[in-house]
Design a protein around this ligand. Structure first.
Ligand code: AR6
Length: 178
């Protein structure tokens, strides 16, 4: 599924984000930036040790990555030249600012992309795996935040790479709602 927002393209696909040919892919990391399970594990495995080395350098310079913030490293052996590591919130019922923090993670990832002159970015579904954010709401926040950003700051393409067909359907429904 594909829509245009001004001159930018928003694309939803099912797949493995480590294979994406966008200029950057986004990692759903944790504040340590030292890798983990889920998409984080997959990205570090596919991209090789250069990514972790770059994460370590960032952490030794500026400390852990707070929830909602984003940092950029090399893409190592990936097709993507860069990995944007962001940290989504852990869902704990919805009254700890989870929605705002999720929006912030998407927004700051796009801000980081723009600062590097990156024109195409692929996102996974941040926070909806190990961090248990309800996916219907997460999809609305993700797509709404991306749309708002692109209306101000066009990019060539923002792609959502959803791991399962079910997740793709949830994002497609959220995109059609608007
Ligand atoms: N490509 C695209 N999406 C994927 C892939 C892949 N290769 N692998 C998994 N997903 P999660 P979170 C989907 O748990 O909820 C890590 O341990 C997955 O199906 O990866 O933000 C970090 O280190 C789900 O839809 O991220 C953190 O500690 C989505 O990616 C913590 O998990 C996000 O699931 C972050 O949890």
């Amino acid at each position: 599924m594909k829509i245009n927002i001004g001159t930018s393209r928003v694309v939803l696909v099912q797949g493995d984000i480590t294979q994406a040919d966008t200029e950057a892919i986004v990692n759903a990391a944790n504040t340590s930036l030292m890798g983990g399970g889920g998409v984080d594990g997959a990205i570090h495995r596919a991209g090789g040790p250069k990514i972790l080395a770059a994460c370590k350098a960032i952490v030794s310079r500026q400390g852990r990555c707070p929830t909602g913030e984003a940092v950029v490293t090399t893409g190592g052996d990936l097709k993507a030249k860069y990995v944007i590591h962001t940290v989504g919130p852990v869902w704990s019922g919805g009254d700890r600012g989870e929605r705002e923090l999720l929006a912030k993670a998407y927004r700051n990832s796009l801000v980081a992309a723009r600062q590097k002159g990156i024109r195409s970015v692929a996102f996974p579904s941040i926070s909806t795996g190990a961090y248990r954010f309800p996916i219907e709401e997460a999809a609305r926040i993700a797509l709404g935040t991306v749309r708002e950003f692109l209306e101000e700051h066009p990019l060539a393409e923002v792609r959502f790479v959803l791991f399962s067909e079910t997740d793709l359907h949830v994002y497609a429904a959220a995109l059609r709602e608007r």
